[in-house]
Design a protein around this ligand. Structure first.
Ligand SMILES: O=C(O)C1=C[C@@H](OP(=O)(O)O)[C@@H](O)[C@H](O)C1
Ligand SMILES: C=C(OP(=O)(O)O)C(=O)O
Length: 429
């Protein structure tokens, strides 16, 4: 059990860790392009290290310098067929994107993951890749890891999104970029577009018109230099903290501000919250800048529809804000939360109810009423899920000494989370 002393305020400035999604893609695109690419300021967390180790198994030569990784690769026509399984650990992004990268290779690969990942659906990538000719087999009718990706002749195709998922879109685009001919992917709801940005940066002929992404595949990718901005999803815990701890003032520096990721800022605005954004770079690649926020009232409200895909990883932090809002916070159309590292809807319902809040659970979300009085006997559970653990740490520090069963899993996306919080802590008024 882990407990934390009560903290009054969080004040000062921080730099959040580098973006997890961009780091995964930087490592994978560097493997796909023949020659030497560089990924500077990569995130080194459990998830991204799973991708990096897969890159090495597949023939990428990685030279790790302080802040810049050099990756030399024979390119996507010449991947090594590893003699062992590729372990994607806890990382859905690794498993799903790599399936797309490997399906057109004409070689044999086996992918697996940890106990959590082995329960998460993989048919969402197996199905569209199979429509493009891939031959991929897995447990439970090709739904679950381990997956065997076997030699197949793939062809270009027009795929329509069946799930609102950037991982599925990316798996299809990464495969399509290797297959001769014109493929397209049509989204019903926009999802994070890091793969589109980076594929273009590596020389892929990719265009986006409205909700249709078109790839003319089969050409060589050119090596490139990727600079990873701060992770907006990690910054969400600090944006929420500023609103949970009285008299707080936090400046978050150099965080990614790609509009397909920053829906939380729109949600906060709709809850009546004010903050400042200083956009520093929006020219090419990924935009980034600084965000500053102070303690203030949170009105609360309902979020649903298209915004959900944009804020999917921020929902644990948004749900926790429901405890401190003037009126309930209701989150709907978020059934995807049930297939993350844990079932995040039931994890949040369990913890917020244990604190004494009135919480309604729906198949596709939850509604949290403002907390009237906290149950100091509450025990918080992390369900081996990094984002649930980070919310629990904030709640334990906010109310003081509430026990949490485990917090080790924060290393999946934010290994230095505690140290970053501690830098900002003010214990007295
Ligand atoms: O593409 C990505 O990097 C990610 C996409 C999202 O998953 P889905 O595509 O399953 O929504 C997100 O939850 C995950 O943390 C990272
Ligand atoms: C869902 C997440 O990641 P992944 O799907 O890559 O495991 C996350 O980081 O919240």
């Amino acid at each position: 059990m882990k407990r934390f002393e009560k903290i009054r305020s969080l004040r000062g400035e921080i730099t959040v860790p580098p973006d997890k999604s961009v780091t995964h893609r930087g490592f994978l695109l560097s493997l796909m392009a023949e020659g030497v690419s560089y990924v500077s300021n990569p995130l080194l967390s459990r998830d991204t290290l799973s991708t990096l180790s897969a890159v090495e198994m597949l023939g990428g030569e990685v030279t790790k310098n302080a802040d810049c990784f050099k990756i030399k690769s024979p390119g996507f026509r010449c991947f090594k067929e590893p003699s062992d399984i590729i372990d994607c650990g806890n990382s859905g992004t690794t498993a799903r994107l790599i399936t797309g990268v490997l399906a057109p290779q004409g070689k044999f690969f086996v992918l697996t993951g940890d106990d959590s990942l082995k329960k998460r659906p993989m048919d969402r990538v197996v199905d569209p890749l199979s429509w493009m000719g891939a031959k991929i087999y897995g447990r439970e009718d090709n739904r679950l890891l381990p997956l065997a990706v076997t030699p197949a002749r793939m062809f270009s195709a027009d795929i329509k999104a069946a799930v609102k998922s950037a991982q599925v879109k990316s798996a299809v685009l990464l495969a399509a970029s290797q297959i001769d001919g014109k493929s397209s992917y049509t989204e019903t709801t926009p999802t994070r577009n890091h793969s589109e940005i980076m594929l273009r940066q590596f020389g892929c002929d990719l265009t986006v018109k409205n909700n249709i992404i078109t790839v003319h595949g089969g050409g060589k990718l050119s090596p490139s230099k990727v600079r990873v901005p701060g992770d907006f999803s990690s910054s969400a815990f600090f944006l929420a903290a500023a609103l949970m701890f009285e008299n707080s003032e936090i400046l978050i520096r150099n965080v990614g501000l790609n509009a397909t990721r920053t829906g939380l800022l729109d949600v906060l605005k709709s809850f009546g919250v004010k903050f400042d954004v200083d956009l520093k770079n929006s020219e090419d690649g990924e935009p980034f800048g600084d965000i500053s926020i102070k303690s203030q009232n949170v009105q609360g409200g309902k979020i649903s529809g298209d915004i959900i895909a944009n804020v999917i990883d921020e929902i644990p932090a948004i749900a926790a804000l429901g405890l401190f809002a003037d009126k309930p916070v209701e989150i709907r159309d978020a059934g995807e939360l049930r297939v993350k590292e844990s079932d995040r809807i039931s994890a949040l319902v369990c913890n917020l109810r244990s604190l004494g809040a009135e919480v309604q659970e729906f198949d596709d979300g939850l509604k949290i009423s403002p907390l009237e009085s906290v149950n100091m006997k509450a025990e918080l559970k992390s369900f081996d899920d990094h984002r649930i653990a980070m919310v629990n740490i904030l709640l334990s520090k906010r109310f003081g000494n509430l026990p949490i069963d485990d917090i080790a899993c924060v290393d999946v996306s934010f290994p230095e989370f505690l140290q970053n919080i501690e830098k900002l802590e003010v214990t007295s008024c």
